[in-house]
Design a protein around this ligand. Sequence first.
Ligand code: EPU
Length: 418
Amino acid sequence: MPARLVIEGGVPLRGRVAVGAAKNATLPALAAALLTSEPVTLTNVPDLGDIRTMLRLLETHGAAVARDGRRVEVRVPRVANDEASYELVSTMRASVLVLGPLVARHGSARVALPGGCAIGVRPIDQHLKGLAKLGADIAIENGYVVARARRLRGARITTDLVTVTGTENLMMAAVLADGTTIIENAAREPEVADLAALLTSMGAKLDGVGTGHLEIQGVPALAGATHQVIADRIEAGTLITAGAITAGDVTVTDVAPEHLEAVLAKLDECGVDLDVGPAWVRVRGPARPGAADVTTSPFPGFPTDMQAQLMTLLGLADGQSRVTETIFENRFMHAAELVRLGARIETDGAIAVVRGVAAYQGAPVMASDLRASAALVLAGLAARGTTEVSRIYHLDRGYEHLEQKLAALGARIERTSR
Ligand code: EPU
């Protein structure tokens, strides 16, 4: 049988737990290694499915990867192959992050179009329009984006919507372009700022980091660098919600609370007791959370990557909540699974109406994507009886040892493939 998590719910979690480095900051930082022939070293790389996929992809482009525990050195003396195959891109959409660096350094890239996924259509038109503005010739050939440019030229790019990996791809292209690039409507996510910090230590010239207006002065070449990736704000938010939903007392450490403001404000609105230190958050759960309405939006708004986890908490609230998902068009797959546990949730397009119930009851449920899996684990921790979460390969793509971390806080959770 494929691996599942078996959870006996009802234990209030207690203790301290540390979060790891952000998956969504590590992936672009690894792709940035394609921009230079010198080594790029990341000192705190988590052991995750998606990170292994990115390292495999970089190896296909000619990277030498040396891993020593959490320290990973990537060196690309020359780009040996400009193709990102459908096999790799279809297992991980973030593979598209090699497009900008490959065109900038090597002058060409062939990257499989990712297609749709469980949470939405997720086109990459903004990445392609931006690269075209920078002077790349773009064609779609047999399911692949083929991009070519002898030397990219700085340009003014205004994206039609806020895109995280789109901003990252265009930043990585612009750092080696001839002249100045301006990206308007740039994503302000901390992961984008962390990539900018790495690029700056490689010798790139960027201004406006953390704002919607980025100015990038191209340089002829970049050097290697050593970088520590920021803490994973979504893992932190998930662990804080685990403390809240079990009415426990958990201190989540190694976090950047300034990246979590929208999440903490919403939990506070639900009556969760929070103490916030410089790099930790202590959470004490209420006997029963209060209801709250939430709308996802780009940073600094409430993150779509915490929507499923918050919905799980709201499912137990005293009252009715409304969850509006504005980033992805199909990100309510967890709602139907939560209903199997006794939740009362009705979805209509981008809106879910959640009528709180007093308790969930354990049942077998199925994960549909990374954050939905985390939400189902949270539901299992709170439920009466046994919950079995299957398809946890989704969870393993983005949460490092989640069950060990929860078990150390007292959760009765076990991985089984029997
Ligand atoms: N979009 C377009 N065209 C584009 C790019 C995006 O229409 O060219 C749309 C998307 O379809 C979506 C919206 O714009 O509706 C925002 O998408 P964005 O590009 O910002 O998402 P992403 O860069 O593909 C990253 C994270 C996601 C996270 C989103 C939103 C990485 C590797 N992935 O995806 O993380 O949900 O930003 O914050 O950084 C996860 O970790 O579980 C995850 C899905």
